[in-house]
Design a protein around this ligand. Structure first.
Ligand SMILES: *[C@@H]1O[C@H](CO)[C@@H](O)[C@H](O)[C@H]1NC(C)=O
Ligand SMILES: *[C@@H]1O[C@H](CO)[C@@H](O)[C@H](O)[C@H]1NC(C)=O
Ligand SMILES: *[C@@H]1O[C@H](CO)[C@@H](O)[C@H](O)[C@H]1NC(C)=O
Ligand SMILES: *[C@@H]1O[C@H](CO)[C@@H](O)[C@H](O)[C@H]1NC(C)=O
Length: 300
């Protein structure tokens, strides 16, 4: 009998939690949200499991990979992945994340999923992962109050890499890049219908050295908007449409001086967009937009 209990005790100690503990502090910690109680059933709120998994990964040493596994649908009401982290962070997002129903949105901020104060992060969907804002219920009534939210909000993240990911159906804008220096977005697919109001693809502000490449952006508003405080922003081999094209601005909205410089849009294709290249200002605004290049663009 005693041997039996010892056996059970060993089983308990040798549970996945031990593996997590062993991994922490080593070169490669692999931390799966399922080990933190995520259900991935598409209806239960997995926010807390994601938050705990992130904390554990972020506090580790070496390189941490937060795994959101393929073949599951994770409903989360809110995610706030915040640094600074002691580990170098990777997020492997092979599963799908879906927003809650309209009633369950937490309208206490400007984002649904935020990643803040993390340097050197790689977020890779491996061509399988997706984030779905489930915005259709918000679009039906254009005059109704909608959350001014981003599906994905990067704030104060330097040397960021995001790739092979699909982001769709935001109630409003899709991806915000704010106060970041150094980011490369590759093979990003953004998908929202032409009729969805104000669904910008990328909104970039107060950021430098940002590259968006080899991506496909379908939306109801700007494909990419480069806002005040930006310099060295590139879009290369991006296909836009439907939508409103690639825009600098609107500048001057805040009543303060807005400045944008060194924007390079190269080899981009615009299919059935209302505009291709635009620079927008609001009446009474001040500042400048300079060194703006649109090169080898195709308008269909
Ligand atoms: C996100 O979490 C961090 C750390 O807990 C906190 O400082 C920050 O205010 C949170 N952000 C928002 C907008 O809730
Ligand atoms: C790009 O992403 C798509 C789906 O999001 C995927 O099918 C494709 O394999 C990805 N390309 C690369 C080079 O990973
Ligand atoms: C943007 O393009 C310019 C001109 O081709 C290049 O000099 C610069 O290094 C590029 N920057 C980024 C962040 O890709
Ligand atoms: C743009 O397209 C031209 C012509 O197809 C090609 O020579 C050039 O290498 C491309 N540049 C980029 C940055 O993709």
């Amino acid at each position: 009998m005693q041997g039996f209990f010892t056996y059970i005790l060993i089983l308990i100690i040798a549970s996945p939690c031990l593996c997590i503990r062993l991994n922490v502090g080593t070169e490669n910690a692999i931390i799966n949200v399922m080990q933190f109680g995520a259900l991935g059933d598409g209806t239960s709120d997995d926010s807390q499991a994601f938050a705990s998994a992130w904390d554990s990964a972020c506090k580790a040493g070496g390189t941490s990979t937060l795994v959101i596994p393929a073949g599951q649908l994770f409903m989360v009401t809110k995610i706030n992945f915040s640094g600074p982290c002691t580990a170098k962070m990777n997020i492997q997002l092979e599963g799908n994340i879906v927003a809650p129903s309209k009633e369950a949105w937490k309208l206490d901020g400007t984002y649904w999923i935020s990643i803040q104060y993390v340097n050197g992060l790689t977020l890779d969907g491996n061509g399988k992962g997706g984030i779905d804002g489930d915005g259709s219920t918000w679009w039906q009534c254009e005059s109704c109050k909608r959350p001014k939210v981003y599906v994905l909000y990067f704030h104060a993240c330097n040397d960021l890499i995001v790739r092979n990911l699909e982001i769709s159906n935001s109630p409003q804008s899709h991806v915000s890049v704010n106060t970041c220096n150094g980011a490369t977005f590759s093979n990003i697919s953004i998908n929202a219908p032409a009729t969805s109001p104000n669904t910008d693809g990328f909104d970039i502000s107060d950021s430098s050295n940002i590259l968006i490449q080899d991506s496909n952006i379908k939306s109801g508003d700007d494909c990419i908007a480069v806002n005040g405080g930006c310099s060295f922003i590139n879009a290369t081999r991006v296909t836009c449409g439907p939508g409103h094209g690639i825009s600098v601005g609107s500048l001057g909205r805040s009543g303060e001086r807005d400045t944008v410089s060194d924007v390079y849009v190269q080899n981009c294709t615009f299919i059935e967009t209302s505009n291709g290249a635009r620079i927008k200002t609001v009446p009474g605004g001040s500042g400048y937009a300079k060194h703006i290049t649109f090169d080898q663009i195709i308008l269909q």
